[in-house]
Design a protein around this ligand. Structure first.
Ligand SMILES: [Zn+2]
Length: 286
C-alpha cells in the first residue's frame, strides 16, 4: 500500500477561523469580524494506492473556486481566498502518478466543503461515498445558505450515502470499514461539520489519520483548539480529545487537509509526538 499527498492549490482564511476565539455563536461570528488573514495554506487530497484498488480521500479544490469571490454568500465573498491552476486539480495529478480514472475504486469525502468536493468533476465513473448526514446538510437551498456549493456539483453527482456503524474504533464511537482487510476505516470525527469523518489507514505497523478539517493542523489538535466554524464546542473538543487518545496508543501520522506540515510528515513517517503539556515543576530540594 502507498499513500500519496496531492496538493490542490492553496487557501487563505481568517485567523479567527483557524483558531476559534471564545465559544459558541460568538466564536463563529468572530470569523466575520476578523480582519487578519492566515498565510497561504495548502489544500491536500489523498490517494491510498491499495491492493484492492485506489481510494481517493477528498478531491481538493477546483479552478471554479476562483469565481467564489463573486458569490453572494458572505463567507465566500469576504472570508476565503483560493489559489489553484488547472493542472493542480486532482485529475491531472493522479494521472501524473500513473493512476488513471479506472484505477480509482472509490472516492471518500471527509465532508462537502468546497475545497474538499472541488475536484468531483474528475470522477464521473467512480463510486463516491459521503456521510448521509453531511449530504443532507449540504444539499439544496439550505446547503447553499450554510456555505456549501451544491449548485457546483457535477450533474451526475449521486453519492452513496455512508452510514457509520455504532461499532467503536478505538476512541471513535462510530466507524465503517472501507476495505475487506479492514486496513482502511472511516471514523466519525464530528465538529468542523456535524457529520465530518476521517479516514484511518493501517499499514506496516503505522497508522495514517487522514483528518480532513477535524483540525487545521497537528499543533491545534494537540492544543485542543476548536476552529472558528464548528457548530458545537463540546462536540468538536471531544473529537480532538479522541484523536489525541488514539495517537497516544499507537504510532499515528496525523494528516489534516490544510496543515503545511502534512506532506513532510507523510514523506518522513513522522508520528504525533504526544501532547506538549508542560511538565509539572520539579520539586528539587537544595
Ligand atoms: Zn471544511
Amino acid at each position: 500500500m502507498k499513500l500519496h499527498a496531492i496538493q490542490t492549490g492553496f487557501v487563505r482564511i481568517k485567523t479567527a477561523q483557524l483558531e476559534g476565539r471564545g465559544r459558541g455563536l460568538r466564536r463563529r461570528l468572530a470569523v466575520f469580524a476578523d480582519r487578519n488573514w492566515t498565510g497561504w495554506l495548502p489544500t491536500y487530497a489523498w490517494v491510498i494506492d491499495h491492493p484492492d484498488g485506489a481510494i481517493v480521500v477528498d478531491t481538493g479544490q477546483g479552478k471554479h473556486l476562483l469565481e467564489a469571490s463573486r458569490s453572494l454568500h458572505p463567507y465566500h465573498r469576504w472570508e476565503v481566498v483560493f489559489r489553484i491552476e488547472r493542472d493542480e486539480e486532482i485529475g491531472p495529478q493522479l494521472r501524473a502518478l500513473g493512476i488513471g480514472r479506472r484505477d480509482v475504486k472509490r472516492v471518500v469525502l471527509t465532508h462537502l466543503h468546497v475545497d474538499h468536493d472541488g475536484g468531483l468533476a474528475h470522477f464521473p465513473q467512480t463510486e463516491i461515498l459521503v456521510s448521509r448526514g453531511e449530504l443532507r446538510t449540504a444539499s439544496g437551498w439550505m446547503g447553499r445558505l450554510r456555505g456549501y456549493l451544491p449548485n457546483r456539483w457535477p450533474s451526475w453527482f449521486d453519492p452513496v450515502p455512508l452510514d457509520l456503524t455504532t461499532e467503536a474504533f478505538g476512541p471513535f464511537a462510530a466507524s465503517k470499514r472501507l476495505t475487506e482487510a479492514g486496513d482502511v476505516v472511516a471514523v466519525g470525527t464530528p465538529g468542523h461539520t456535524a457529520d465530518h469523518l476521517s479516514v484511518v489507514v493501517e499499514d506496516q505497523g503505522m497508522t495514517y489519520f487522514l483528518a480532513g478539517d477535524a483540525s487545521y493542523d497537528e499543533q491545534r489538535m494537540l492544543a485542543g483548539q476548536v476552529d472558528g466554524v464548528s457548530a458545537d464546542d463540546d462536540v468538536a473538543g471531544g473529537t480532538l480529545r479522541a484523536i489525541r487518545e488514539f495517537a497516544r496508543n499507537r504510532r499515528v501520522v496525523y494528516l489534516p487537509a490544510h496543515d503545511p506540515g502534512s506532506a513532510a510528515r507523510l514523506a518522513r513517517t513522522v508520528s504525533v509526538s504526544g501532547p506538549t503539556v508542560p511538565s509539572a515543576p520539579q520539586n528539587i530540594r537544595r
